[in-house]
Design a protein around this ligand. Structure first.
Ligand code: DX5
Ligand code: ZN
Length: 259
């Protein structure tokens, strides 16, 4: 699978902020062209929706595999589906697989699925909808490689950013820095739990999310509605860096982001 990178070649060579365009906002009739158009991205975000867990249907494994054939970038699979225990392992050839906390019975089931995904060789992410508390995930952060905080109700691109979810991001940042330390010597994110945000991220909203401690920023319409997707990605990254601003360098979470 071309998108599958060995751990030593993945995020470790990169520097936060990571920008992950969502192909949900691409033109599916020209998917290859629209993947090529985001070559400045760090990851490609792949939104799988089943029409049950969310009131929208997007695409499944064959399309994700087609995307992987078109790019060398890591595929960041966001599964908005019921019964992830059944389906998520099929995505284990991709760089990361994120399922929803609301789609499994409880935190023990989430941990079990994360362990299955890790054992299958991918990174295990857990996502929480805007109204889902973060406490249980916080208490078991070591079990996950990423927490995806939804900043809109999942299902559709182009919705308005919900700033209130940043409270959860701050709590995650603080806990992650407690566990793994604020400083990192080797620039490697592997082994640390990354914090990702998804929904309504734009040039206007990204700095506030960065300031709260986000590592990975998903952006659909902000990238694909722009005249130049790569220019939009550059601008998002620049504004996120400004959110990790030098003035804040001594604060709770930011030292770990100066990598
Ligand atoms: C929404 C998806 C998002 C979506 C983001 O449920 O998970 O990834 O594509 O789109 P924007 O950036 O337009 O909010
Ligand atoms: Zn998504």
């Amino acid at each position: 699978m071309t998108s599958r990178l060995e751990p030593s070649v993945g995020v470790s060579a990169q520097v936060a902020p990571l920008i992950a365009p969502s192909i949900l906002s691409a033109d599916f009739a020209h998917l290859g062209r629209d993947i090529d158009a985001v070559s400045h991205a760090d990851w490609i975000h792949v939104d799988v929706m089943d029409g049950h867990f969310v009131p929208n249907l997007s695409f499944g494994l064959p399309i994700a595999q087609a995307v992987a054939r078109e790019t060398q970038l890591p595929l960041d699979c966001h599964l908005m589906i019921d019964d992830p225990e059944r389906w998520a392992p099929d995505y284990a050839d991709f760089y990361s697989v994120t399922f929803h906390a609301e789609a499994v019975d409880d935190i023990d089931a989430a941990i079990a699925l994360a362990r299955t995904l890790r054992a299958a060789g991918t990174r295990a992410g857990i996502s929480i909808k805007p109204k889902t508390p973060v406490d249980e995930v916080l208490a078991h952060l070591e079990e996950f490689d990423m927490v995806l905080v939804m900043s809109v109700e999942p299902g559709f691109g182009g919705q308005k950013f919900m700033p209130e979810v940043l409270t959860k991001v701050r709590a995650l940042r603080q806990r992650a820095d407690q566990i793994w330390g604020k400083e990192t010597d080797d620039d490697s994110a592997d082994g640390r739990c990354l914090i990702e945000i998804d929904g309504g991220i734009s040039a206007d909203t990204i700095a506030s999310a960065a300031e709260a401690g986000v590592d990975v920023f998903v952006a659909g319409s902000a990238v694909y509605k722009a005249d130049s997707p790569n220019t939009a990605i550059d601008e998002l990254r620049e504004n996120a860096r400004a959110g990790y601003s030098p003035a804040d360098r001594g604060s709770q979470h930011l030292a770990g982001h100066q990598r």
